[in-house]
Design a protein around this ligand. Structure first.
Ligand SMILES: C[S@@+](CC[C@H](N)C(=O)[O-])C[C@H]1O[C@@H](n2cnc3c(N)ncnc32)[C@H](O)[C@@H]1O
Length: 280
């Protein structure tokens, strides 16, 4: 019997044209993630502070469909970094994601290289970036490979470069729902990586992460949208909402998060930042 697809393989299968409807249902709730993280810090100041000769080179790790740069643009990044050129390289194993992210990039971003790669496999000669970020991006990297992925991200930054990973904690809907779904419907699947595992990996890579934790809810009253959101949360659209509500730990979890017509989920998200040590 063949092995079931890994979480990383299921993620890749969903980050494709055939997964567009699920992606849109997902972002009906998940756009809030990007509003919150962009509001959470002065990203323009981070970019300006790490520019060299008026130019900052950014690596967007696991760029997905570019919701983070799109929200930065919507909130006025171009004016906030006026005078600094922002060149962004995209990294993702999915050609669909690389094309989607490319299509939303506008001023102040200019598009640099596109790397079709997992973060763990990024060639060693890709580096020297002033800034690297990964926003809600590393859940499908297997927990036993997150150390290698984070080490590669740290190594891709120049000395004194700035890194950021925005990632849900084990107390957040994303991780709690994934754990309940795994328990009920997919016990052989690879668990999602947590923010604490990212933070341990950063410490092991020799940098000192600073963490700010965000708390907020996402909610919707349309059952079709909620079903698409939940299926996309676990990259598995084989289980309808009615069945999720009826079975095991998933049923218990969902019963705690519905009031009348509304499903409401709580997110607990770490904004993890660091600066690489300066060259000695
Ligand atoms: C939720 S999206 C990221 C969202 C994105 N940061 C944004 O601003 O819209 C997750 C992305 O991670 C990618 N991915 C999955 N496994 C990966 C890995 N091992 N290394 C890098 N990217 C990966 C997927 O292809 C997908 O495009």
């Amino acid at each position: 019997m063949s092995e079931p697809p890994s979480t990383e393989q299921r993620s890749l299968a969903h980050w494709a044209e055939a997964g567009r409807a699920g992606m849109e249902a997902f972002y009906a709730l998940a756009l809030e993630d990007y509003r919150r993280m962009v509001a959470a810090r002065d990203w323009a100041a981070d970019l300006r502070a790490h520019a060299v000769d008026g130019r900052v080179r950014v690596l967007d790790v696991a760029c997905g469909s570019g919701k983070f740069p799109a929200e930065l643009i919507r909130r006025g990044l171009a004016d906030a970094v006026a005078g600094t050129s922002v060149e962004i390289a995209l990294l993702d194993p999915s050609p669909f994601s690389l094309a989607e992210a490319r299509s939303v990039l506008a001023a102040p971003f200019t598009v640099g290289a596109r790397h079709r790669s997992r973060i763990q496999d990024l060639p060693a000669d890709v580096g020297g970036f002033d800034v690297a970020w990964a926003t809600h991006a590393l859940y499908a990297v297997p927990p036993d490979e997150i150390g290698a992925g984070i080490a590669r991200m740290v190594a891709a930054l120049r000395p004194g470069g700035f890194g950021a990973v925005v990632h849900a904690t084990a107390a957040s809907h994303y991780l709690r729902f994934a754990a309940a779904f795994r328990d009920t419907f997919a016990p052989a699947s690879v668990p999602f990586t947590t923010a604490a595992q990212v933070e341990q990996a950063l410490t092991a890579a020799g940098v000192g992460p600073e963490v700010t934790t965000l708390h907020y809810d996402v909610a919707h009253t349309d059952r079709a949208v909620v079903e698409g959101f939940l299926q996309r949360c676990v990259f598995d659209d084989s289980v309808p909402l009615e069945r999720m509500e009826a079975e095991g730990s998933v049923g218990t979890y969902l019963a705690q998060h519905v009031r009348g017509e509304e499903h409401r989920f709580h997110q607990v998200v770490d904004v993890i930042t660091w600066e690489n040590p300066a060259a000695s």
